[in-house]
Design a binder for this molecule. Structure first.
Ligand code: FEO
Length: 403
């Protein structure tokens, strides 16, 4: 990959990762992911964030360095906005190539350098508002943005190009190909990235939405010309677009999202599924958009993303050994961890010799601040009266979504 010029002396070097390996060991990335790092050259040179040795990332980044005639040993400062190993895993190799560069991070970041990489050499702590003058008009300013998405995170602003290096913040899944800038992608490509941005946010950032709001508020005081995250597109034509998208997502964590319904269902022998079909007939009667995903067949990454974007949920699960169908219990545990708050929810399901899902469900959702319609359960196979009630409940939920 060639390096991409953001402005005079400010470059993006990136690696596209295509792998069957899961991101964070959990989330599938069928469209890949990019690892972006940045180089700022004044009289001194700063490298902003690193990468990990993942597929052939080191080779791709080496090529980008070579394309601008720069090597690792010319770097004076290594800025680490965030210590998660996808941005720092190459640190030992970097140190072997360059033993003299100062490594700059927040106080918590420096502690994590020691924790992960067992090094104490050449570390410098910066705090909110500190600056680093690289000479030749290039100045880096540091802004602490904790919990986007680890406690040590900061963002770095280069003042001459007005570029915000935001690491995970304002990022997305999806490999970039030959382009990196927002104005280089077609509308369909942007639509695909938007889906991946939503899934990235729901999977990785959603638990920290309060911190996203705080950071967006704090950073809005800057005159930002480009937002340059460490995953995904660099926003130079419409930097406000990704800011607003993240603000919208942060708001969805707490209250109404899109006027649509996520129908999330599991079924053992088809009886709960027949109930789901009746609920869907009610939703369709009211012309509210919905997406139905079966658990555990559908990967939880997509289930989480669909739940996150929808104002209402249908959760359909049979009773299984006196409790919830286990894949549904797992799904709810993820919803709780990822702060899927503020939804309108209808829960339904079939039971065999005895119930039990309802009791466990009600205990599990207590912290989720959901507005629940009355649950509906039936014994064994649903009958005509069950179908009538289920269809009506679906329509009731859809009307509530329409508002
Ligand atoms: Fe891309 Fe939190 O690491």
């Amino acid at each position: 990959m060639k390096a991409h010029v953001i402005s005079d002396g400010v470059y993006c070097l990136h690696a596209d990762i295509h792998t069957g390996e899961l991101f964070e060991g959990i989330w599938p990335i069928p469209r890949g992911v990019s690892l972006n790092i940045y180089l700022v050259q004044g009289e001194k040179t700063a490298l902003i964030d690193l990468f990990r040795d993942w597929t052939d990332a080191p080779r791709q980044i080496d090529e980008a360095f070579a394309s601008i005639g720069v090597s690792y040993d010319t770097v004076d400062y290594l800025i680490l906005n965030h210590l998660e190993p996808d941005h720092t895993g190459w640190l030992k190799e970097f140190r072997a190539k360059n033993p003299r560069a100062e490594i700059i991070a927040t106080a918590k970041g420096v502690e994590l350098v020691k924790t992960f990489y067992k090094t104490t050499d050449g570390l410098r702590v910066v705090k909110d508002g500190d600056t680093l003058d690289l000479g030749a008009g290039k100045v880096l300013a540091f802004y602490e943005t904790p919990n986007i998405h680890w406690p040590e995170t900061m963002m770095t602003f280069e003042t001459s190009s007005r570029t915000l290096f935001s690491c995970d913040g304002f990022g997305s899944f999806g490999a970039l190909g030959g382009h990196v800038f927002d104005d280089e992608f077609s509308a369909p490509e942007h639509a695909a990235f938007e889906e991946e941005c939503l899934r990235y946010y729901a999977n990785i950032v959603s638990s920290f939405s309060t911190f996203v709001e705080r950071a967006a508020q704090k950073l809005s005081a800057l005159d930002i010309a480009a937002v340059a995250p460490s995953h995904g597109i660099i926003w130079r034509a419409e930097p406000k677009r990704i800011f607003e998208r993240y603000r919208t997502y942060a708001a969805w964590s707490k209250g109404p999202a899109e006027k649509r319904i996520a129908v999330l269902w599991g079924s053992m022998y088809g009886n709960t599924k027949r109930g789901v079909d009746a609920v869907i007939r009610g939703i369709e009667r009211e012309n509210v958009p919905y997406t139905a995903l079966r658990v555990p067949d559908e990967n939880l990454s997509y289930v989480l993303s669909e739940a996150f974007r929808s104002s209402a949920l249908v959760l359909a699960m049979p009773t299984y050994e006196y409790a919830m169908f286990p894949p549904a219990a797992w799904m709810l545990d993820i919803f709780r961890r990822k702060h899927i708050f503020g939804k309108r929810v209808l829960r339904i399901g079939s039971w065999g010799w005895v119930g039990g899902a309802k009791k466990e469900y009600e205990a599990v959702i207590e912290s989720l601040k959901w507005e629940s319609l009355e649950s509906y359960e039936w014994a064994g196979a649903p009958e005509a009266e069950d179908f009538r009630i289920l269809e009506e409940r679906g329509a009731e939920l859809a009307r509530a979504v329409k508002g």
